[in-house]
Design a protein around this ligand. Structure first.
Ligand SMILES: [Zn+2]
Length: 239
């Protein structure tokens, strides 16, 4: 079952005619395939790293809600290495596509500053160094929206802010700081529950749209054991 939005043959920076890797592994609803990695040992290492990250993410209430939503949609999702040959300098990307997989996530688990150097980004632009788990959770939000045919049913900025909000819930759940917003990505220090309330008020319309479009997922996420949980505030005050 497909969505009525447009799907692409290729994601940004994806190489035309790149051979699909001959080895792959399945973890949860994801197929991990090390396309473009010529060395067998490197390819196996890529698979093992991604599988470990997915399994860790799934142990959190936030990550579990996302992966359950993707699994329940019963549409296959591919994870393959990031090919950064375009100008967007994304840490990772998620794109709907035609063919065997409904969604492709391009993700390579490089760490913080090394990842930024790799992407040629301005290292001073953002205060925050993201860990691979946080980068993956951000992409899983896009993937969950995608497999439920809701991707880009809010405007582009809100689609990104939604991913930032839920990645923030994950970060706080694992005792890391949230970031201010998609534009700044500075660490929030100080009172997290106060920030949660402020964020909820400032992003009320986005949160309400998300609740209407992904009700089951929004409810599951509202149970997340995160102190930063604008969805719980929304549920408490509106449902
Ligand atoms: Zn994003």
């Amino acid at each position: 079952m497909g969505c009525f939005n447009s799907a692409y043959m290729m994601g940004p920076g994806e190489r035309l005619f790149e051979q699909a890797a001959s080895i792959q592994a399945v973890v949860g609803p994801f197929t991990v395939r090390p396309d473009g990695v010529k060395d067998d040992r490197e390819a196996s290492r890529y698979i093992a790293q991604v599988m470990g990250i997915v399994r860790m993410v799934e142990t959190t209430t936030t990550g579990n809600a996302l992966i359950t939503a993707i699994r329940d949609a019963r549409r296959p999702v591919l994870i393959f290495p990031l090919e950064q040959v375009d100008d967007t300098q994304a840490y990772a990307w998620t794109s709907p596509r035609m063919g065997l997989f409904a969604v492709a996530i391009s993700f390579t688990p490089l760490f913080g500053q090394r990842l930024r150097k790799f992407l040629g980004d301005d290292e001073n632009k953002f205060e925050r160094v993201f860990i691979p788990q946080e980068v993956l959770v951000h992409e899983l939000v896009h993937a969950a929206r995608d497999v439920t045919c809701n991707y880009h049913r809010v405007d582009d900025d809100d689609e990104e802010e939604l991913a930032v909000m839920i990645a923030n819930m994950f970060s706080v759940e694992i005792n890391r700081l949230p970031v201010t917003n998609y534009d700044e990505m500075d660490n929030v220090t100080g009172d997290i529950s106060g920030f949660s309330r402020k964020y909820y008020k400032e992003n009320f319309e986005m949160i309400e749209a998300f609740y209407r479009q992904n009700k089951t997922l929004a409810q599951q996420l509202s149970y997340s054991k995160s102190i930063f949980n604008p969805l719980r505030l929304y549920m408490d005050e509106n449902i």
